[in-house]
Design a binder for this molecule. Structure first.
Ligand code: GLY
Ligand code: MN
Ligand code: MN
Length: 466
Protein backbone atom coordinates (compact mmCIF):
# COMPACT_ATOMS: atom_id res chain seq x y z
CA UNK A 1 0.00 0.00 0.00
CA UNK A 2 1.37 3.39 -0.98
CA UNK A 3 0.54 6.25 1.38
CA UNK A 4 -0.66 9.46 -0.28
CA UNK A 5 0.80 12.49 1.42
CA UNK A 6 1.81 16.08 0.89
CA UNK A 7 5.47 16.92 1.24
CA UNK A 8 6.61 16.40 4.86
CA UNK A 9 7.31 20.12 5.35
CA UNK A 10 3.56 20.81 4.97
CA UNK A 11 2.87 18.80 8.13
CA UNK A 12 5.89 20.17 10.00
CA UNK A 13 4.71 23.73 9.28
CA UNK A 14 1.09 22.97 10.21
CA UNK A 15 2.16 21.55 13.59
CA UNK A 16 4.52 24.46 14.22
CA UNK A 17 1.64 26.88 13.62
CA UNK A 18 -0.59 24.90 15.99
CA UNK A 19 2.08 24.92 18.70
CA UNK A 20 2.46 28.64 18.27
CA UNK A 21 -1.30 29.15 18.63
CA UNK A 22 -1.53 27.04 21.81
CA UNK A 23 1.60 28.56 23.40
CA UNK A 24 3.52 26.82 26.18
CA UNK A 25 0.42 25.28 27.65
CA UNK A 26 0.37 21.52 28.04
CA UNK A 27 -0.06 18.52 25.83
CA UNK A 28 -2.05 18.35 22.58
CA UNK A 29 -3.50 14.86 22.02
CA UNK A 30 -4.91 14.01 18.58
CA UNK A 31 -6.51 10.64 17.96
CA UNK A 32 -6.67 8.94 14.60
CA UNK A 33 -9.61 6.68 13.86
CA UNK A 34 -9.75 2.93 13.89
CA UNK A 35 -11.60 0.58 11.59
CA UNK A 36 -15.34 0.43 12.24
CA UNK A 37 -17.11 -2.92 11.99
CA UNK A 38 -20.21 -3.16 9.80
CA UNK A 39 -21.86 -6.39 10.99
CA UNK A 40 -19.05 -8.46 12.45
CA UNK A 41 -15.58 -7.55 13.61
CA UNK A 42 -13.57 -8.21 10.47
CA UNK A 43 -16.11 -6.80 8.02
CA UNK A 44 -15.42 -3.09 8.20
CA UNK A 45 -16.77 0.08 6.61
CA UNK A 46 -14.24 1.71 4.31
CA UNK A 47 -11.66 3.30 6.59
CA UNK A 48 -11.90 7.06 7.03
CA UNK A 49 -9.15 8.78 8.98
CA UNK A 50 -10.01 11.67 11.27
CA UNK A 51 -9.66 14.91 9.31
CA UNK A 52 -7.71 16.84 11.96
CA UNK A 53 -5.32 13.90 12.36
CA UNK A 54 -4.88 13.89 8.58
CA UNK A 55 -4.30 17.62 8.58
CA UNK A 56 -1.46 17.53 11.11
CA UNK A 57 -0.07 14.01 10.64
CA UNK A 58 -1.14 12.99 7.13
CA UNK A 59 -1.12 9.25 7.81
CA UNK A 60 -4.21 7.56 6.40
CA UNK A 61 -3.81 4.44 8.56
CA UNK A 62 -6.02 3.10 11.38
CA UNK A 63 -5.01 2.95 15.06
CA UNK A 64 -2.60 5.82 15.38
CA UNK A 65 -2.53 8.58 17.96
CA UNK A 66 -0.19 11.51 18.38
CA UNK A 67 0.86 14.08 20.89
CA UNK A 68 2.42 17.48 20.47
CA UNK A 69 3.99 18.76 23.67
CA UNK A 70 3.35 22.48 23.49
CA UNK A 71 5.91 23.14 26.26
CA UNK A 72 8.87 21.08 25.08
CA UNK A 73 7.99 20.89 21.39
CA UNK A 74 8.25 17.08 21.46
CA UNK A 75 6.08 15.27 18.89
CA UNK A 76 5.34 11.55 19.13
CA UNK A 77 3.29 9.16 17.00
CA UNK A 78 1.85 6.12 18.76
CA UNK A 79 1.10 2.95 16.83
CA UNK A 80 1.75 -0.76 16.82
CA UNK A 81 3.67 -2.68 14.18
CA UNK A 82 1.68 -5.12 12.07
CA UNK A 83 1.47 -8.72 13.27
CA UNK A 84 2.19 -11.62 10.89
CA UNK A 85 -1.58 -12.24 10.79
CA UNK A 86 -2.16 -8.60 9.74
CA UNK A 87 0.42 -8.98 6.98
CA UNK A 88 -1.08 -12.26 5.79
CA UNK A 89 -4.66 -10.94 5.67
CA UNK A 90 -4.35 -7.28 4.81
CA UNK A 91 -0.81 -6.81 3.50
CA UNK A 92 2.26 -4.89 4.54
CA UNK A 93 2.76 -1.28 5.56
CA UNK A 94 5.89 0.73 6.28
CA UNK A 95 6.91 0.53 9.95
CA UNK A 96 5.46 3.14 12.31
CA UNK A 97 8.88 4.81 12.37
CA UNK A 98 9.05 4.93 8.57
CA UNK A 99 5.54 6.35 8.36
CA UNK A 100 6.29 8.95 11.03
CA UNK A 101 9.40 10.07 9.19
CA UNK A 102 7.26 10.76 6.09
CA UNK A 103 5.55 13.54 8.06
CA UNK A 104 8.66 14.85 9.80
CA UNK A 105 8.42 12.98 13.12
CA UNK A 106 11.23 10.93 14.61
CA UNK A 107 9.71 9.79 17.92
CA UNK A 108 7.36 6.78 17.86
CA UNK A 109 6.02 4.52 20.61
CA UNK A 110 3.66 1.57 20.93
CA UNK A 111 0.01 2.66 20.81
CA UNK A 112 -0.85 2.30 24.48
CA UNK A 113 2.28 4.17 25.58
CA UNK A 114 0.20 7.27 24.93
CA UNK A 115 -1.51 6.60 28.25
CA UNK A 116 1.77 7.15 30.14
CA UNK A 117 2.27 10.51 28.47
CA UNK A 118 -1.26 11.56 29.39
CA UNK A 119 -0.99 10.42 33.02
CA UNK A 120 2.39 12.05 33.45
CA UNK A 121 1.00 15.32 32.15
CA UNK A 122 -2.07 15.13 34.38
CA UNK A 123 -0.13 14.27 37.53
CA UNK A 124 2.20 17.19 36.96
CA UNK A 125 -0.81 19.48 36.65
CA UNK A 126 -0.49 20.14 32.94
CA UNK A 127 -3.42 20.58 30.56
CA UNK A 128 -4.19 17.79 28.10
CA UNK A 129 -5.89 19.39 25.12
CA UNK A 130 -8.36 17.14 23.29
CA UNK A 131 -10.88 17.64 20.48
CA UNK A 132 -14.50 16.46 20.83
CA UNK A 133 -14.69 12.75 19.90
CA UNK A 134 -17.44 11.77 17.43
CA UNK A 135 -16.58 8.07 17.22
CA UNK A 136 -17.73 5.95 20.21
CA UNK A 137 -14.44 4.06 20.40
CA UNK A 138 -12.42 7.26 20.69
CA UNK A 139 -14.81 8.57 23.30
CA UNK A 140 -14.37 5.38 25.32
CA UNK A 141 -10.57 5.63 25.02
CA UNK A 142 -10.55 9.22 26.18
CA UNK A 143 -12.84 8.43 29.12
CA UNK A 144 -10.57 5.56 30.15
CA UNK A 145 -7.31 7.42 29.67
CA UNK A 146 -8.50 10.58 31.40
CA UNK A 147 -10.21 8.49 34.08
CA UNK A 148 -13.58 10.23 33.73
CA UNK A 149 -17.09 9.01 32.86
CA UNK A 150 -18.23 8.93 29.22
CA UNK A 151 -20.59 11.81 29.93
CA UNK A 152 -17.79 13.87 31.41
CA UNK A 153 -15.46 13.60 28.41
CA UNK A 154 -17.21 16.66 26.94
CA UNK A 155 -16.09 18.72 29.95
CA UNK A 156 -12.46 17.94 29.13
CA UNK A 157 -12.61 19.09 25.52
CA UNK A 158 -10.27 22.02 24.92
CA UNK A 159 -11.99 25.07 23.46
CA UNK A 160 -8.54 26.58 22.99
CA UNK A 161 -7.48 23.64 20.81
CA UNK A 162 -10.80 23.65 18.90
CA UNK A 163 -10.40 27.33 18.08
CA UNK A 164 -6.74 26.94 17.10
CA UNK A 165 -7.45 24.00 14.79
CA UNK A 166 -10.42 25.75 13.16
CA UNK A 167 -8.46 28.99 12.68
CA UNK A 168 -5.87 27.00 10.74
CA UNK A 169 -8.05 24.58 8.80
CA UNK A 170 -10.64 27.16 7.78
CA UNK A 171 -8.16 29.07 5.60
CA UNK A 172 -7.37 26.84 2.65
CA UNK A 173 -3.83 27.05 1.31
CA UNK A 174 -3.03 26.95 -2.43
CA UNK A 175 -2.06 23.30 -2.01
CA UNK A 176 -5.47 22.54 -0.54
CA UNK A 177 -7.30 24.62 -3.15
CA UNK A 178 -5.65 22.49 -5.81
CA UNK A 179 -7.02 19.39 -4.11
CA UNK A 180 -10.46 20.94 -3.82
CA UNK A 181 -10.46 21.94 -7.48
CA UNK A 182 -9.73 18.31 -8.25
CA UNK A 183 -12.44 16.99 -5.91
CA UNK A 184 -15.08 19.38 -7.27
CA UNK A 185 -14.16 18.59 -10.87
CA UNK A 186 -14.60 14.88 -10.14
CA UNK A 187 -17.96 15.79 -8.56
CA UNK A 188 -18.87 17.57 -11.81
CA UNK A 189 -18.10 14.40 -13.76
CA UNK A 190 -20.29 12.44 -11.35
CA UNK A 191 -23.17 14.88 -11.90
CA UNK A 192 -22.79 14.74 -15.68
CA UNK A 193 -22.83 10.93 -15.59
CA UNK A 194 -26.01 10.98 -13.50
CA UNK A 195 -27.80 13.58 -15.62
CA UNK A 196 -26.95 11.79 -18.85
CA UNK A 197 -28.17 8.46 -17.50
CA UNK A 198 -31.51 9.85 -16.38
CA UNK A 199 -34.58 8.79 -18.31
CA UNK A 200 -38.13 7.66 -17.56
CA UNK A 201 -38.39 4.09 -16.33
CA UNK A 202 -34.97 3.89 -14.71
CA UNK A 203 -34.57 3.62 -10.94
CA UNK A 204 -32.95 6.18 -8.67
CA UNK A 205 -30.40 3.55 -7.61
CA UNK A 206 -29.22 3.20 -11.20
CA UNK A 207 -28.27 6.89 -11.04
CA UNK A 208 -26.48 6.35 -7.72
CA UNK A 209 -24.49 3.59 -9.44
CA UNK A 210 -23.40 6.06 -12.14
CA UNK A 211 -22.26 8.54 -9.50
CA UNK A 212 -20.26 5.87 -7.67
CA UNK A 213 -18.75 4.64 -10.94
CA UNK A 214 -17.57 8.12 -11.93
CA UNK A 215 -16.07 8.70 -8.49
CA UNK A 216 -14.28 5.36 -8.34
CA UNK A 217 -12.95 5.70 -11.88
CA UNK A 218 -11.20 8.88 -10.68
CA UNK A 219 -9.70 7.15 -7.60
CA UNK A 220 -12.23 8.95 -5.40
CA UNK A 221 -15.29 7.97 -3.43
CA UNK A 222 -18.45 9.65 -2.22
CA UNK A 223 -17.76 12.16 0.55
CA UNK A 224 -21.30 11.63 1.92
CA UNK A 225 -24.16 9.27 1.04
CA UNK A 226 -25.72 10.22 -2.30
CA UNK A 227 -28.96 12.17 -2.29
CA UNK A 228 -30.41 11.26 -5.69
CA UNK A 229 -34.15 11.45 -5.55
CA UNK A 230 -37.37 12.33 -7.32
CA UNK A 231 -38.59 13.54 -3.91
CA UNK A 232 -36.22 16.46 -3.62
CA UNK A 233 -38.39 18.04 -0.93
CA UNK A 234 -36.79 15.69 1.60
CA UNK A 235 -33.54 17.45 2.32
CA UNK A 236 -31.30 14.50 3.06
CA UNK A 237 -33.19 11.42 1.87
CA UNK A 238 -31.07 8.35 1.15
CA UNK A 239 -33.84 6.17 -0.25
CA UNK A 240 -33.11 5.29 -3.87
CA UNK A 241 -35.88 2.88 -4.80
CA UNK A 242 -38.22 5.13 -6.79
CA UNK A 243 -38.82 4.75 -10.52
CA UNK A 244 -38.10 7.87 -12.58
CA UNK A 245 -41.29 9.21 -14.07
CA UNK A 246 -41.77 11.63 -16.96
CA UNK A 247 -42.87 15.00 -15.64
CA UNK A 248 -40.93 14.78 -12.36
CA UNK A 249 -37.48 16.14 -11.54
CA UNK A 250 -34.43 14.46 -10.07
CA UNK A 251 -32.52 16.26 -7.34
CA UNK A 252 -28.93 15.02 -7.32
CA UNK A 253 -26.71 16.09 -4.40
CA UNK A 254 -23.39 14.28 -4.64
CA UNK A 255 -19.73 14.98 -4.02
CA UNK A 256 -16.42 13.23 -4.50
CA UNK A 257 -13.87 12.81 -1.76
CA UNK A 258 -10.55 12.52 -3.58
CA UNK A 259 -7.54 10.43 -2.63
CA UNK A 260 -6.22 13.20 -0.35
CA UNK A 261 -9.67 13.37 1.29
CA UNK A 262 -10.71 16.79 0.07
CA UNK A 263 -14.32 16.96 -1.07
CA UNK A 264 -16.84 18.58 -3.36
CA UNK A 265 -20.57 19.05 -2.66
CA UNK A 266 -22.70 19.79 -5.72
CA UNK A 267 -26.42 19.71 -6.39
CA UNK A 268 -28.32 19.90 -9.64
CA UNK A 269 -32.03 19.45 -10.21
CA UNK A 270 -33.13 18.37 -13.68
CA UNK A 271 -36.10 16.83 -15.44
CA UNK A 272 -36.53 13.07 -15.73
CA UNK A 273 -37.58 13.58 -19.35
CA UNK A 274 -36.13 16.00 -21.86
CA UNK A 275 -37.58 19.22 -20.55
CA UNK A 276 -38.85 20.97 -17.45
CA UNK A 277 -42.58 21.70 -17.12
CA UNK A 278 -43.66 25.34 -16.95
CA UNK A 279 -44.07 25.21 -13.17
CA UNK A 280 -40.68 23.55 -12.75
CA UNK A 281 -39.07 26.21 -14.95
CA UNK A 282 -40.67 29.01 -12.98
CA UNK A 283 -39.49 27.76 -9.60
CA UNK A 284 -36.07 26.79 -10.96
CA UNK A 285 -35.57 30.40 -12.07
CA UNK A 286 -36.57 31.61 -8.61
CA UNK A 287 -33.89 29.42 -7.00
CA UNK A 288 -31.30 30.35 -9.61
CA UNK A 289 -31.93 34.07 -9.14
CA UNK A 290 -31.50 33.71 -5.38
CA UNK A 291 -28.28 31.77 -5.97
CA UNK A 292 -26.85 34.34 -8.38
CA UNK A 293 -27.73 37.11 -5.95
CA UNK A 294 -25.94 35.28 -3.14
CA UNK A 295 -22.86 34.58 -5.29
CA UNK A 296 -22.57 38.29 -6.15
CA UNK A 297 -22.43 39.09 -2.43
CA UNK A 298 -19.57 36.67 -1.64
CA UNK A 299 -16.54 38.60 -0.46
CA UNK A 300 -14.42 39.09 2.65
CA UNK A 301 -16.11 41.02 5.44
CA UNK A 302 -19.69 40.16 4.51
CA UNK A 303 -21.52 37.98 7.03
CA UNK A 304 -22.81 34.77 5.48
CA UNK A 305 -25.95 35.17 7.58
CA UNK A 306 -26.69 38.41 5.71
CA UNK A 307 -26.12 36.64 2.39
CA UNK A 308 -28.50 33.89 3.53
CA UNK A 309 -31.16 36.46 4.46
CA UNK A 310 -30.69 38.34 1.16
CA UNK A 311 -31.11 35.06 -0.74
CA UNK A 312 -34.26 34.33 1.27
CA UNK A 313 -35.65 37.72 0.26
CA UNK A 314 -34.90 36.97 -3.41
CA UNK A 315 -36.71 33.67 -3.04
CA UNK A 316 -39.75 35.45 -1.63
CA UNK A 317 -39.71 38.02 -4.43
CA UNK A 318 -39.67 35.18 -6.95
CA UNK A 319 -42.37 33.24 -5.13
CA UNK A 320 -44.56 36.35 -5.22
CA UNK A 321 -44.21 36.43 -9.01
CA UNK A 322 -45.77 32.96 -9.24
CA UNK A 323 -48.42 33.85 -6.67
CA UNK A 324 -47.22 31.43 -4.00
CA UNK A 325 -46.39 34.29 -1.65
CA UNK A 326 -47.65 37.82 -1.13
CA UNK A 327 -46.93 40.94 0.90
CA UNK A 328 -43.69 42.72 1.65
CA UNK A 329 -40.70 40.43 0.99
CA UNK A 330 -38.49 41.86 3.76
CA UNK A 331 -41.32 41.51 6.27
CA UNK A 332 -42.01 37.97 5.09
CA UNK A 333 -38.38 37.01 5.76
CA UNK A 334 -38.41 38.76 9.14
CA UNK A 335 -41.50 36.69 10.05
CA UNK A 336 -39.89 33.49 8.76
CA UNK A 337 -42.62 32.96 6.14
CA UNK A 338 -40.02 31.87 3.56
CA UNK A 339 -39.23 28.81 5.68
CA UNK A 340 -42.38 27.21 4.29
CA UNK A 341 -40.26 26.85 1.11
CA UNK A 342 -36.66 27.06 2.31
CA UNK A 343 -36.33 25.35 5.67
CA UNK A 344 -32.53 25.13 5.86
CA UNK A 345 -29.43 27.27 5.49
CA UNK A 346 -27.81 28.71 2.38
CA UNK A 347 -24.55 26.81 2.84
CA UNK A 348 -21.65 25.67 4.96
CA UNK A 349 -17.88 25.41 5.07
CA UNK A 350 -16.36 22.74 2.85
CA UNK A 351 -12.98 21.03 3.06
CA UNK A 352 -11.91 17.55 4.06
CA UNK A 353 -15.35 17.19 5.63
CA UNK A 354 -18.50 17.91 3.62
CA UNK A 355 -19.67 20.07 6.50
CA UNK A 356 -16.12 21.05 7.26
CA UNK A 357 -15.06 20.62 10.88
CA UNK A 358 -18.62 20.13 12.07
CA UNK A 359 -17.21 17.61 14.57
CA UNK A 360 -15.44 20.52 16.26
CA UNK A 361 -18.71 22.38 16.78
CA UNK A 362 -20.81 24.72 14.65
CA UNK A 363 -20.59 27.55 17.21
CA UNK A 364 -16.85 27.74 16.47
CA UNK A 365 -16.77 26.88 12.76
CA UNK A 366 -19.74 28.86 11.50
CA UNK A 367 -20.19 31.47 14.22
CA UNK A 368 -18.14 33.57 16.62
CA UNK A 369 -18.17 34.67 20.25
CA UNK A 370 -20.24 37.69 19.23
CA UNK A 371 -22.39 36.13 16.49
CA UNK A 372 -24.29 33.15 17.86
CA UNK A 373 -26.48 30.80 15.88
CA UNK A 374 -30.21 31.51 16.20
CA UNK A 375 -32.61 28.85 17.36
CA UNK A 376 -35.69 29.70 15.24
CA UNK A 377 -36.87 27.35 12.48
CA UNK A 378 -34.77 28.05 9.38
CA UNK A 379 -31.88 29.94 10.97
CA UNK A 380 -31.27 27.05 13.36
CA UNK A 381 -30.16 25.10 10.27
CA UNK A 382 -27.83 27.80 8.96
CA UNK A 383 -24.44 26.20 9.60
CA UNK A 384 -22.45 29.26 8.58
CA UNK A 385 -23.23 32.80 9.72
CA UNK A 386 -19.91 34.52 10.37
CA UNK A 387 -18.12 37.16 8.31
CA UNK A 388 -16.29 35.74 5.32
CA UNK A 389 -12.51 35.74 4.96
CA UNK A 390 -10.23 35.14 1.99
CA UNK A 391 -9.34 31.45 1.95
CA UNK A 392 -12.71 30.16 3.15
CA UNK A 393 -14.27 27.49 0.95
CA UNK A 394 -18.03 27.18 1.21
CA UNK A 395 -21.18 26.05 -0.54
CA UNK A 396 -24.03 28.16 -1.86
CA UNK A 397 -27.15 26.01 -2.04
CA UNK A 398 -30.53 27.73 -2.07
CA UNK A 399 -33.62 25.67 -2.70
CA UNK A 400 -37.38 25.43 -2.75
CA UNK A 401 -38.86 22.42 -1.00
CA UNK A 402 -42.61 21.77 -1.08
CA UNK A 403 -43.35 19.61 1.94
CA UNK A 404 -47.06 18.59 2.09
CA UNK A 405 -46.92 17.81 5.82
CA UNK A 406 -45.54 21.28 6.54
CA UNK A 407 -48.24 22.90 4.39
CA UNK A 408 -50.94 21.08 6.37
CA UNK A 409 -49.43 21.98 9.74
CA UNK A 410 -48.98 25.66 8.94
CA UNK A 411 -52.32 25.99 7.11
CA UNK A 412 -54.14 24.54 10.13
CA UNK A 413 -52.38 27.12 12.32
CA UNK A 414 -52.96 29.86 9.70
CA UNK A 415 -49.27 30.53 10.12
CA UNK A 416 -47.86 33.43 8.07
CA UNK A 417 -51.20 33.59 6.24
CA UNK A 418 -50.45 37.22 5.32
CA UNK A 419 -47.51 36.04 3.23
CA UNK A 420 -48.41 32.57 1.94
CA UNK A 421 -51.14 31.84 -0.61
CA UNK A 422 -52.20 28.48 0.78
CA UNK A 423 -54.83 27.91 -1.96
CA UNK A 424 -52.20 28.17 -4.68
CA UNK A 425 -49.61 26.28 -2.62
CA UNK A 426 -51.99 23.34 -2.25
CA UNK A 427 -51.91 22.87 -6.02
CA UNK A 428 -48.10 22.33 -5.77
CA UNK A 429 -48.30 19.58 -3.14
CA UNK A 430 -46.56 16.94 -5.25
CA UNK A 431 -44.03 19.31 -6.80
CA UNK A 432 -40.99 17.93 -4.97
CA UNK A 433 -37.94 20.12 -4.45
CA UNK A 434 -35.23 22.07 -6.22
CA UNK A 435 -31.73 22.70 -4.95
CA UNK A 436 -28.79 24.14 -6.86
CA UNK A 437 -25.41 23.95 -5.14
CA UNK A 438 -21.92 25.07 -6.12
CA UNK A 439 -18.64 25.46 -4.22
CA UNK A 440 -16.69 28.71 -3.88
CA UNK A 441 -13.34 29.93 -2.65
CA UNK A 442 -13.50 33.37 -1.05
CA UNK A 443 -10.78 35.53 -2.58
CA UNK A 444 -9.40 38.97 -1.61
CA UNK A 445 -11.89 40.67 -3.92
CA UNK A 446 -14.84 38.29 -4.16
CA UNK A 447 -15.14 34.62 -4.89
CA UNK A 448 -14.02 31.95 -7.30
CA UNK A 449 -16.12 29.00 -8.47
CA UNK A 450 -14.28 25.76 -7.71
CA UNK A 451 -13.98 22.95 -10.22
CA UNK A 452 -14.99 22.62 -13.83
CA UNK A 453 -18.15 24.44 -14.80
CA UNK A 454 -21.29 22.35 -14.33
CA UNK A 455 -24.26 23.58 -16.41
CA UNK A 456 -26.92 25.18 -14.28
CA UNK A 457 -29.21 27.39 -16.39
CA UNK A 458 -32.48 25.91 -17.63
CA UNK A 459 -31.25 25.94 -21.20
CA UNK A 460 -27.90 24.38 -20.32
CA UNK A 461 -29.53 21.63 -18.28
CA UNK A 462 -32.07 20.80 -20.97
CA UNK A 463 -29.18 20.87 -23.46
CA UNK A 464 -27.49 18.04 -21.55
CA UNK A 465 -30.55 15.88 -22.04
CA UNK A 466 -30.61 15.97 -25.83
N1 GLY B 1 -24.78 17.27 0.78
C1 GLY B 1 -25.08 17.81 2.04
C2 GLY B 1 -25.25 19.25 1.95
O1 GLY B 1 -25.45 19.80 0.89
O2 GLY B 1 -25.13 19.94 2.92
MN1 MN C 1 -24.95 18.97 -1.00
MN1 MN D 1 -23.89 21.29 0.96
Amino acid sequence: MKLQLFNKQVYVDRRAALKQAIGQDGLILLLGNEDSSMNYKDNCYPFRQDSSFLYYFGLDVPMLAAIIDADSGEEVIFGDELSMDDIIWTGTLPSVKEMASLVGITETRAYLQVVHYIHKAITSGRTVHILPPYRPENKIKLATWLNVSLDDVADHVSIKLIKAVIAQRVIKTPLEIEQMQNAVSISVDMQLAVIKHTRPGRKEYELVAKAEEAAMAANARLGYPAIITTHGQTLHTHYHGNTLQEGRMVLSDIGAENAMHYGGDLTRTFPVGRSFTTRQKELYEVVLNAMDHAICMLKPGVRYKDIHLAACQKLVEGLKQVNLMKGNAAEAVAEGAHTMFFQCGLGHMLGMDTHDMEDLGEPYVGYTDTLKKETVFGLKSLRLGRGLEAGFVLTVEPGIYIIPELIDRWAAEKKCADFINYDVLNTYRDFGGIRIEDNFLITERGSHLLGKYLPKSLMEIEGLKE
